[in-house]
Design a binder for this molecule. Sequence first.
Ligand code: SF4
Ligand code: MSK
Length: 557
Amino acid sequence: MREKSQLSIDSASQEILNNIPEVETIWQRYEKMLPQCGFGLNGLCCRNCVMGPCRIDPFGEGPDKGICGATAGIISMRNLMRMVAAGSAAHSDHGRHIAHTLLMTGEEKAGDYQIKGKEKLHALAKEYGIDTENTSDNQLAIEVAKAAYSDFSRQEGEMSFIKRAPEKRQELWRKLGIVPRGIDREIVELMNRTLMGVDNDELSLVKQGFRTALSNGWGGSMIATELSDVLFDAPKPVRAKVNLGVLRQENVNIVVHGHEPTLSDIMVVAASDPELIKYAKSKGADGICLGGICCTANEILMRHGVPIVGNFMQQELAITTGIVDVMLVDVQCVIPALGSLCKCYHTKMISTSPIAKFPYAEHMEFDEKNALDIARKIVRTAIDNYSNRIKEKYNTSSETMDCVAGFTAENIFTILGGKYRASYRPLNDAIISGRLRGAVGIVGCNNPKQMHDYGHITLAKELIKNNVLVVSTGCSAIASAKAGLLKPEAVELCGKGLREVCEAVGIPPVLHSGACVDISRILITLCNSLLEGGLGNDFSDLPVAGAAPEWMSEKAV
Ligand code: SF4
Ligand code: MSK
């Protein structure tokens, strides 16, 4: 068993872990699982049919083929490709749900939502080839949502946003036959090809894996980002606080956890309702604190400055503070252990998505038609639960950090170039002159196999020290926020060239660009940088790289 000090580099998490009572967390469950199965770790275990399970001995002492004859290469590639299919399905279904909410908003069936990003709605409509003249915003919303739907169901041809990629890259994708047709089609085909007895050629399998991954990056994830900007408006740089200390004993604390902003955004409205704040005060609380975990936290941080409680590995720690009155969840990255942990405290866990139910959670199904009423009911539940707290179980931290978040491919234009000559020129020139050596996207999750946040922070610090700009999303961005790397003052940790660039344009050296689906923002930023000129014609010409140093979810593949 590792020492508690070896579990996390985040001092607020360490503080909670040091005082944690006898409850089991993800770290203990990981230790109990050791040693983990070596066949599984190497991707050499297969249970794709019921002749198995089969495993290949990597040391050549046991079977070198599965019962069907599948080699180590075929088995490990099929396993990896199934991860691509599942991850693409998850991000893309998120995009589909946002398209559904946009459609309902356009049809005036979701009265609590408005189209806040009208500029983006019109730009997208034009891109989809929809006539924007003499068409109401509601009608445009309907047509854009339906155009997005068609990117899911298209059987032939090419997905819409592929045209956003550099032409040279598109040509390469076409030559390789990996331009995605429709999102659903590519995922289904990859599942079919990984079935026993279908595609048994590693190269052929990986090509369909690329096609499916592209259908996510330039499809499902991009649709989620773009349509979220239409509904909730595009983020702008915003100051906020992050880490477990944003939960205060005196407040009614509601933690939203998961991914889809349809729920979290409306919770922002409900939690600031004066009537409900008055109700909270009537129960003895100072007010209502809404905070977030994981990527839904990133969504409302970027658009409303809502504080972040923590990233993936902190979801249980939040509950063990004893002061979370409601843990509100939707989809993805919500560990199944949460419900039973809540039972050790007064915390009510509430699930909301029809596709994601949890042991020991109360289910209040979210419905866009009555979104605000449901959100208000949840806030009221939290307020009513405030008096059930067990003070002897309090285990809080007061630690918070300031951060600036909300950098998008669009707003970086004006930040870099200034209001009157919005441009990526300063970024490109800084790279050409050698002041900036390049940029790296650090993204993804946490994983108990590694010290919490260590990979993200060590890599980010080393890069900025060496004049490499960092762009970050997901739980990695939250890690950087907690470590103070999203503050303008973090320039002190930068090499000379990066420091000059950051100080000249007023940005921190690590740019928070959103939730895990918002990796699509990084793709568009790269396209814009290429269009600005001087750095080449394709992604491979740019001095850029990507890393997910603590990944755990199939979405990261
Ligand atoms: Fe074994 Fe082949 Fe079946 Fe996999 S598909 S379980 S390797 S027989
Ligand atoms: S929440 S997918 S742990 S980034 Fe998007 Fe964090 Fe990874 Fe979930």
